[in-house]
Design a protein around this ligand. Structure first.
Ligand SMILES: [Zn+2]
Ligand SMILES: [Zn+2]
Length: 59
């Protein structure tokens, strides 16, 4: 994971402890490969998140 999927900043830099907590509860907002904002849909079973470059991820 090059970028934090919660805050969109470089995963190796800064403090992401809160992001790790939030990740348990919330779907990702940013693509971990390119930090683009993803289109997120929450479903009864989890979520899907789509990056325009990297395609769809799901829970
Ligand atoms: Zn973060
Ligand atoms: Zn991407």
């Amino acid at each position: 994971m090059a970028f934090c999927d919660q805050c969109g900043r470089a995963a190796a830099e800064g403090e992401h402890a809160r992001c790790a907590d939030r990740r348990v509860l919330e779907p990702p907002r940013y693509c971990p490969d390119c930090a683009r904002r993803m289109v997120v849909q929450v479903t009864p079973y989890g979520w899907t998140a789509r990056c325009s470059r990297h395609g769809e991820r799901h829970s």
